[in-house]
Write a protein that binds this ligand. Sequence first.
Ligand code: IPE
Ligand code: IPE
Ligand code: MG
Ligand code: MG
Length: 303
Amino acid sequence: LNPEQPANFNLKDYLNSQADRINPALDGFIRRSDETDRLVEAMRYSLMAGGKRIRPILCLASAEAVGGDSAEAIPVACALEMIHTYSLIHDDLPAMDNDDLRRGKPTCHIAFDEATAILCGDALLTLAFQILSESPPIDAASALKRLEIVHILAGAAGYRGMIQGQMLDIASEGTRLTLSELTALHGLKTGAMIEASVRCGAIIGGASNSQADQLSRYAQHIGLAFQVSDDILNIEGDPSIVGKSVGTDQLRQKNTFPALLGLEESKEFANQLVRQSLEAIEIFDERSNPLRGIARYIVERKR
Ligand code: IPE
Ligand code: IPE
Ligand code: MG
Ligand code: MG
């Protein structure tokens, strides 16, 4: 039996085993600091609260898909999760979405206080780049890869990426965006970091330019699908499973796919995006089965 055959591939086991590599590494990066520190306590609280780790797992899976060694991608995966966690902490603040539940626990500003939550986010964002610039192995070739990764991540997280998406999301509350405006917004808010996760994994794994481009296309589709399914879960999800409050998008008059297209059409759109993502990596061998599984998981997930 070939263990790489699709029939033998169990996504749940794969996700768990990758999370089991990422979580101790994340914990280790924070543990190096002073344990009695309130700031460090808040950083660990949010980081270890039980996120799905989709972005770091995508990074590892992309490195593996092109035949690379994903061990080398662990610090990069941790940096991705730190940036993502920071974005959630700030997203939940009273001035943003004003949410009190995240990852099944009180949000950072509720568990601590607003100033601590703002600073905790700042600290996670900067720590991510510190890790990228210091963690071994650093020979000349991997240092160059790291430089490219810093560039990609800073761009994806920044003012032409996720932050711009957040800005548009807040600015458009109460207004009606067109389908193409909403697609652009979601692509920035959520898609940019997901594409960066895949692209960084591809770089670590030694992808060719054409492989990296195909993986980027895969990622653009699942990135958009991810936010569409987040919008759907905000309507249909069970808060005890989702780990966040539901019904909040409608309350805040957010622009979402279900609000624009309706629930059923949004689901069909998400499925279509998944099919397109699978087409983008059609010619990849069985080492990209985890990426295929993750694409399906994104629209089937309950949390
Ligand atoms: C939530 O991201 C925010 C979005 C971009 C939709 P996740 O659904 O990946 O949240 P965690 O990391 O599992 O908590
Ligand atoms: C969060 O988007 C996206 C980022 C933090 C960049 P949302 O506000 O739609 O996601 P949730 O539902 O709070 O996780
Ligand atoms: Mg938001
Ligand atoms: Mg939010």
